[in-house]
Design a protein around this ligand. Structure first.
Ligand code: PEP
Length: 247
């Protein structure tokens, strides 16, 4: 089964009402390859604004969700609140949340379970630090992250994996095509051995880390790269070139 190309835009903690409306206007007016699934993730405060203004078949994602249904959890947002607001996607396990906000593999796995069971699809992020890559531990770090999530979730249908080497995020240092393809192939191999052949064949694996309008086409050609999770460049007009990189 062919995997539909997928491009996510992670705005992180950037934007204002005005700048986000302008990004949405650009996207609404752009010629977008109909064979690409596009999901953008503005800061939580702007989720509804974006959902109301966006057309062109583009979906909206939160950047995080909590794993409890409701109650005394100040500052958090639940899966049912996302659903209530028409938000059908969330990013989980982004390295900035893993490192700055100390989210462990297990916390990320628990959130992934609650989101997918509650009908919110997940862009689940994994990736190694520079130190882990240089010490030859890239694949084992990612396999540990995969094991934690795999132990919690039964259904991978609503999960898209984003491989994001931490050393490439926001640094301008994109992984080489070979480095990215090698890890993507290893993720697919792990899924085949530890989940199922079907999940391995059908799950989209995105690359993220300094993707821009110039480097996206080469990466998009690789067999196991099914799209991108884009940070900085998702705030710029070149995001449309990234969306259309598979044309
Ligand atoms: C990200 O935040 O997911 C990301 C990949 O950022 P950037 O594209 O800016 O490296």
């Amino acid at each position: 089964m062919a995997r539909k190309f997928f491009v996510g835009g992670n705005f992180k903690m950037n934007g204002t009402i005005e700048s986000i409306k302008s990004i949405v206007k650009n996207l609404n007016e752009a010629q977008i390859d109909p064979n690409v699934e596009v999901v953008i993730a503005p800061p939580a405060l702007y989720l509804l604004l974006v959902r109301e203004h966006l057309s062109n078949g583009i979906e909206v994602a939160a950047q995080n969700v909590f794993d409890k249904p409701n109650g005394a959890f100040t500052g958090e947002i639940s899966v049912s609140q996302l659903k209530d607001s028409g938000i059908n996607w969330t990013i989980l396990g982004h390295s900035e949340r893993r490192t700055i906000l100390n989210e462990s593999d297990e916390v990320v796995a628990s959130k992934t379970k609650v989101a997918t069971e509650g009908g919110v699809s997940v862009i689940w992020c994994c990736g190694e630090s520079l130190e882990e890559r240089e010490s030859g531990n890239t694949i084992s770090v990612i396999e540990k992250q995969l094991s934690a999530v795999s132990a919690k979730i039964g259904n991978w249908k609503n999960v898209v994996i984003a491989y994001e080497p931490i050393w490439a995020i926001g640094t301008g240092k994109v992984a080489s095509v070979q480095q990215a393809q090698e890890v993507h192939a290893a993720i697919r191999k792990w899924l085949k051995a530890n989940v199922s052949e079907q999940v391995s064949a059908e799950t989209r694996i995105l690359y993220g880390g300094s993707v821009n309008g110039k480097n996206c086409k080469e990466l998009a050609k690789e067999e196991d790269i099914d799209g991108f999770l884009v940070g900085g460049a998702s705030l710029k007009p070149e995001f449309v070139d990234i969306i259309n990189s598979n044309l």
